[in-house]
Design a protein around this ligand. Structure first.
Ligand code: 5GP
Ligand code: MN
Length: 338
């Protein structure tokens, strides 16, 4: 259990002095980033606060349907307006990240202010740009932490349909519908509460996981059949996708989500990476099962981070050089049999 009573006191101190609160999540927000932000925003608004929510960049299709997303401003679409909102807030709450570069293009404005900042997160190794850090890497999601904080602040269970849906989405997306991540008995007790309150689990599941275009499934087939490389000596797998290949399959944002997990279903593979060519850099996603700390790997070689078994990072060079560097890094980091 989170020590919510300890945090309650500290949070109340900040909340007591704040009326105009900004919530902001990480760039390329996932279900947990948006879920935790909408849930906490809903509670704060109903407790009489003025709440603004910003996402550093656009939202993907699988979360765009959620109740509350219309209240989220997209930084890259309305920079000037967002800058004004950031600068005029009297408390900034950052959700689901702990490195300032995860604020994307909003980083400069947020980091320039001396408005008090709170981080609520579940990643390891936090930076030091906060006034209050509420973090527990043993939690499956930031949404679970927000649920416990709100229960504590509210002096008992808090419920609105929006809050319940947002928490539910955050938990099922960060655990891959209970496939991975640090979910515990507490997670299921929260799920039980949400189900008892009548959450529409089937609707949510279908909106989140069964909502893709045909082109995405074709791209997945291509990636697995033509592009998956297995390195048996390293118990590793990687998939490289070029810009041209993505275009050929009518790629839209989020289409490659989940591909990186698939090679882990192989019995002799415990490390998997997907390497995607972007406009002026290369994006790496890493997954592992068992004892392979992909967050350390991402941090050491790719200026990134994440969780023990799920992390990511970037490399600023050509795709060819990035792949070469990746293979060298892997062989430096883990013992591969000759
Ligand atoms: P994904 O591979 O799904 O993009 O990300 C997996 C995990 O790694 C997420 O928890 C995400 O926050 C983290 N992550 C992905 N890319 C980066 C990155 O460039 N920097 C950091 N610090 N974390 C990342
Ligand atoms: Mn998360």
């Amino acid at each position: 259990m989170l020590d919510s009573d300890k945090y309650k006191k500290e949070l109340n101190h900040f909340l007591g002095n704040a009326h105009n609160i900004l919530l902001i999540c990480h760039v390329n927000p996932d279900g947990d980033a948006i879920g935790s932000m909408i849930a906490f925003g809903d509670y704060l608004q109903r407790s009489g606060k003025k709440v603004n929510m910003i996402s550093p960049n656009h939202l993907q299709e699988f979360i765009k349907w959620m109740d509350g997303v219309d209240d989220i401003m997209i930084y890259t679409k309305r920079r000037k307006h967002c800058d004004e909102i950031i600068n005029s807030s009297d408390l900034i709450i950052m959700l689901d990240f702990n490195q300032s570069n995860r604020l994307g293009e909003a980083e400069k404005t947020v980091m320039k202010t001396n408005i008090p900042k709170i981080i609520i997160d579940h990643h390891l190794d936090s930076g030091s740009f906060h006034d209050l850090l509420i973090s527990d890497p043993l939690k499956c999601s930031t949404s679970e932490i927000v649920y416990e904080l709100v229960t504590s602040l509210n002096g008992g269970e808090y419920h609105t349909d929006r809050f319940a849906e947002a928490i539910y989405v955050g938990i099922i997306t960060d655990t891959g519908n209970f496939e991975h991540g640090n979910f515990t008995g507490t997670t299921f007790r929260i799920m039980a509460e949400l189900l008892d309150k009548g959450i529409d689990k089937e609707k949510i599941f279908n909106k989140v996981f069964n909502n893709f275009e045909e082109s995405r499934l074709r791209l997945m087939g291509y990636a697995l059949y033509e592009k998956m490389v297995i390195l048996p000596e390293c118990r590793a797998s990687y998939i490289v996708l070029t810009k041209e290949e993505l275009d050929r399959y009518g790629y839209s944002k989020g289409d490659t989500e989940g591909f990186v997990n698939m090679p882990l279903s192989l019995k002799d593979v415990d490390f998997s990476s997907i390497i995607i060519e972007k406009e002026n850099y290369v994006k790496f996603s890493f997954r592992s099962k068992g004892e392979f700390p992909v967050n350390s790997f991402a941090q050491k070689y790719f200026g990134g981070g994440g969780h023990y078994n799920a992390a990511g990072g970037d490399y600023y060079d050509s795709l060819e050089n990035a792949v070469k560097y990746f293979l060298e890094s892997l062989k430096n980091f883990r013992v591969c049999e000759e």
